[in-house]
Design a protein around this ligand. Sequence first.
Ligand code: NOJ
Length: 563
Amino acid sequence: MKKQWWMETVGYQIYPRSYKDTNGDGVGDLPGIIEKLDYIARLGVNLIWICPFYKSPMDDNGYDVSDFYNVDELFGTLDDAKELIRQAHTRGIRVILDLVMNQTSDEHPWFVESRKDKVNAKRDWYIWRDGKRDKNGNRLPPNNWASFFEGSCWNYDDLTGQYYMKIFSNKMPDLNWENPELRKAMADMARWWLDLGVDGFRVDAIAHLAKETSFRDSKMKVEPGRFAPDWRKFSNRDRLFDYLAEFHDEVLTHYDCVTVGEVGGGANVEEAQRYAGFDTKGFNMVFNFDHCWKNGAFGDEGRTLGKLTTDVIDLKKTFERWILGSEGKVWMPQYWLNHDHPRVVSQYGDTEEYHRESAQMLGAVLLTLPGTPFIYNGEEIGMTNVDYTSVDDFNDVWVRNYVPSARKRISEERILTHLRRASRDNARTPMQWDDSVNAGFTTGKPHLKVVGNYKRINVRQQESDEHSVLTMYKRLIQLRLHSGMKDVLIYGKFALVQQDHPDIFAYRRFDDNSEILVIANFRDYKVNFAYEVDTYELIISNVVNFGSELLPYEFRILRAKGG
Ligand code: NOJ
């Protein structure tokens, strides 16, 4: 394995819509990110990933792009984007953008032309098929495949009487990567941004570019009237790797850039190597989702009303499977959450009594695992899930599609509980900068309600508190990137310790010269954990006086003496 600059980075993901609004329209913007670059530099990260700010009708907050070459006026101008890149670079911070390759908006000129008739030059840039008829002559989609955002993955278009494929919302038609002209257009676009100075991309929904092209029905059993969530029909398919190799040869290999693909759809460790193995033509890393729902918040669908319990054994074995399976073969990104997931302190920590301890403990784990850690904006101050009391407070397209069908099956209380735990809006609320109106995010009406705890949890308060979550994140980032333990933390091997312990996530990071032991209590009660105390010296912890038991959410980062 050759050492690369991006292995020695800590990433920080910014959701521009909710970061900082400078013009009072209630939506964050690029000048807002520029304003906060000093804060980001103080945090100590050296890479930012900015979610889409391209021109878009915002059906899915910018993942529905209508012009890849321009900035949506909600976020600013192309000059703002250039200035942002320039100013980040002067602070030693690299910038990666979100590259949306699977779909466009239905308002993109390519799709506008594609829909017009069956013979135009852009028809084949999207996936059009005839529908079917049932016994009574009613129109049906071409097959029974579900979309990620509820319902069929096809949408009927009156204009030509055919369906187009859309695995997300109706306003997000999938591109047809089989078409060479389309592939060239996407490569041109990526090159254009790299030439403008960006340092790479997080590549959206990359697992789905290739579809099973017979488009035959899935055999998966589903209730009548429901569609089959058979994601393998359009995830991780062999053909996709041809597209990626071409994209690599045409674009990536000509730049010193970094790429992190998003591979949902159940990609496994072996598939990650096909995407990003050290000797393959693909990306540099891929995000997987396997560790994200280990308290059952998604599958439970609001059935359990009390606190959910984290399955610590499953959580750490999931990390172990990925880390050991990747060792020497593929570099991993690490993260707790992104803009599609609940806030991690609500998911695996505690939002009240042990808020500080648990948010710090989660930060300590993230920043001591092998791979490149990504912090999601607000995580560094322990921002929490929403406290909304009505389903109408949510705005995500997934929620808009989910609620009508959920109402036919489950109670309003369950839906609300489920959304407060699992909705993507949990991570998309305005950044909590201070304790003034709207948490200092906007002088206008925020596009999504600020979480009520902003007076207690905000950047201003934490910047001046040496025991805050934010201060701990800064210390941990320094430890990882600039301390004498840098090498072992970045490149060292990983081994779980007491892997069957039900409450503690403990592991060693080691190389020929040194050894680090990380011990993290995932419970809100004291837990016993035996280890050879005298062999280690403490580097960082979130408690002052520690003994043989670990306090609630306590963590310890220790170094083997003499190592
Ligand atoms: C994954 C993105 O992270 C998510 O926010 C988006 O809705 C889908 N891809 C579609 O682009």
